[in-house]
Ligand binder design. Sequence first.
Ligand SMILES: [Cu+2]
Length: 177
Amino acid sequence: MLKFAIGLGALAWALVPPSVLAHAGHAHHAAEEAASGHHAPARTFPPADSVAAPAGLTVSDCWIRALPNRLPAAAYFRMRNSGDQEAVLVGAEAPGFRKVMLHGHDEAGGMARMVHVNEVKLAPGEAFAFAPRGHHVMLEQAEVDLEVGTLRPITLWFEGPKALTVQCEVKAPGTMK
Ligand SMILES: [Cu+2]
């Protein structure tokens, strides 16, 4: 059984007119923010190595679809909760990117758009995949060039706070899985 929750932030974003959020690859973010005046407050986390990982939570197959010219890139992975407590993913960090957010994907009304996701809840025994045309970690405001074939770390933050850092393979722009 798959279960996840989208916080109120997603609803707020979903109500923004489609013209503002229309999905044009991932290159629309700057214009979108300029148009809406929306600036997500930067979430601050303690040093990742100062907190424990969620017990029983595993993340696998992490990869990043690189785009040229430091355009916003998306990261995908699978996570499974083999522990006995709910795990709640609340954010992510990635060195080299000043803005990192959890995004969902909505195709209501036949138009694909991205929606901000406040959290993803994973009950004991559940698994959830971040995948193309679905949830992704949005990597924005790059300070580095993504090189295909290299590994880059992403730290996933959970309620607690707890954190898990995974290595993600950078793949070419056309990669779909
Ligand atoms: Cu996105």
